[in-house]
Design a protein around this ligand. Structure first.
Ligand SMILES: [Zn+2]
Length: 159
């Protein structure tokens, strides 16, 4: 899995829009120092890894509901090499299940990955970044409990 370097882009931002991981309050940090930027950067990666892990677990649960399905979406996430892939087959029940979860459908349509490898990789990355965080989290002023992460939409666009 390739990680885009967002650090350089983050350093160029004068004011950083953030939201609280717990209460969701949105605010802006003005000219944060390097240590704060680091904490925000790492906390934001962890947040995005966690979101992805939830989607991957939902993918696994969906695939387990249809163990014998050869729907193209399922097959393409279960076999890395095209030559190894079994012949795909239409599966209306699988289609209906996908249609019921628009977010998961969107995630599966726009990303290509091998499910077990990606789930293991993202979980490992999440743990590693968590270790780098220590107690450098920037506490939320509103609830005094959660911590700030960079606005999710902005963070995704940072390159
Ligand atoms: Zn808060």
């Amino acid at each position: 899995m390739a990680f885009v370097n967002k650090w350089a882009a983050l350093q160029e931002l004068e004011n950083v829009p953030v939201s609280c991981s717990t209460c969701g309050v949105q605010t802006e940090l003005h000219s944060p120092n390097e240590a704060v930027r680091h904490a925000l950067h790492n906390a934001s990666y962890i947040q995005s890894f966690k979101k992805q892990i939830v989607l991957l677990q939902r993918t696994r649960a969906l695939f387990e509901r249809f163990p014998t399905s050869r729907h193209p979406v399922k097959i393409s996430h279960e076999y890395v090499h095209k030559a190894e892939r079994p012949q795909t087959q239409q599966d209306k029940d699988f289609d209906r299940a996908l249609a019921d979860d628009a977010e998961l459908r969107h995630f599966l349509m726009r990303s290509s990955f091998l499910l077990p490898a990606r789930l293991a990789g993202v979980s490992k990355a999440c743990d590693e970044w968590q270790q780098r965080l220590d107690d450098s989290l920037i506490r939320c002023n509103a609830c005094q409990y959660g911590h700030y992460v960079i606005d999710a939409a902005l963070f995704e666009q940072l390159t």
